[in-house]
Design a binder for this molecule. Sequence first.
Ligand code: IPM
Ligand code: MG
Length: 386
Amino acid sequence: MNNMIQEAKEKFGKLVEEQLKRVEMMKSQGDFINYKELDQIIIGIVGGDGIGPAITAQAQRILEFLLKDEVEKGKVRFKVIDGLTIENRAKVNKAIPDDVLEELKECHVILKGPTTTPRAGDPWPNIESANVAMRKELDLFANVRPVRVPEQGIDWTFFRENTEGAYVLGSKGFHINEDIAFDFKVMTTQGIERIARAAFDYARANGKKRVTIVTKANVVKTTDGKFLNICKEVAKDYPEIEVDDWYIDIMTAKLVDEKRRTQFQVIVLPNLYGDILTDEAAEFQGGVGTAGSANIGKRYAMFEAIHGSAPRMVEEGRAKYADPSSIIRAASMLLSHIGYVEESQKLDKAMDICTRTEKKLVITGRDTGATNEEFADYVMETIKSL
Ligand code: IPM
Ligand code: MG
C-alpha cells in the first residue's frame, strides 16, 4: 500500500511541476497581438475530420470572397493545413502531430473544422482531443460563444475559460489501483484573472450592463471558490457593470426560464460548466450546428464549428449536404476579431437572411436539401445584394 501511495505522490508531484511552469508562462505573457500592425495576417484553414473539410472549404470560399482586396494587397494570406486528421493523429499517437503544430504556429488566426475526439472503445488510440490540445498548445484561454435569438430577447455571450479547470489534466488522471481513479481540476490566479478581464472588457466595449459568474463554489470550494472570488475582485475595476453569481445547477434551469433568461448578457464560467451550458444555450438558437465559437489567446486565435465531425454522413456519401452554418458563423467571428468588422457584420446579416428570414435554400443533411456549395453561393449572392 505504501508503494501505491508513493507512486501516486510522484505522479501528482509531476503534475504540480507542470502546472507551476504554466503559471510562470502566463506571468511572462505580453499583451494581445495587434493585427493592424502586422504586414500580413496569415489565416490557417484546417479542415479536420469527417464533414470538416467539406464545410470548411465553403467557409474559406466566403472568406476569400469578402477579403478579395486584402489578399490582392498582400495584407491577408490563406494557408491550408491538411494534416489534422484522426488517421494522422493515430499514426503518431499524438493529439496534434508535430509538423501540423509547426504549421499552425506560422498562422495568426485559424479556422478549424470539427475533429474526431477518440473515446475508450473506439478503433482509434484514446489520444487527447485535438481541440483541447490546440487550445492548450496555442494558449487559447477565452472560449467566446455568442447565442442570439432576437425574437425571444436572448442575447448571450459566454466566456468559457478554456485552458484549465477540469480539462487541463483531463487526460492525465490516473488509476491508483483497480478500485480508485483520480482526476484533477486546476485553477490559477493568472488563468482566472485573464478570462474575467476578457469578459468584463467585452461587456464594457459592447455596452453590456451585466456580467454573470457561474460556478459550483458552494461544493467545489477551493477551485470554484477561487474562480468566484477573483472574478468578483476583477469586477471592482468595472463599477458600471452589474455582477451576479449563480451556481451551475440553477443556472442550467434558469436558461429555460423565459422571464429570467433575458436578463443574462455576458456569462463567465470555468471550462467544463462552459462546455455544458453553451450546448444548452445553443439549442435555443437552433442547435449546436448553428453556433460558432472563438478560442482567443494573446498570440493566436482559433475559430471553430461547435458540432462534431459526423463520420456517418461521410460514410453515407452525404458530406456535401452537411450544414456549413456553424463554421461560417465562426468565420464571421474570425473576420471581426482581426479587424474586418464591416465584413463580419455583412456576413452575419446574410446568414440571418439565408437561415432565418428568406431561406431560399434549405440544408437537410441529405439530397432532399441544398449542398453546402450551393448554400455558400447563396450566402455570397445575398452579401452582394445587401
Ligand atoms: C466543445 C467540444 C469539445 C469540448 C470536445 C470536442 C472536446 O465539446 O468545443 O465544446 O469539450 O470542449
Ligand atoms: Mg462542447
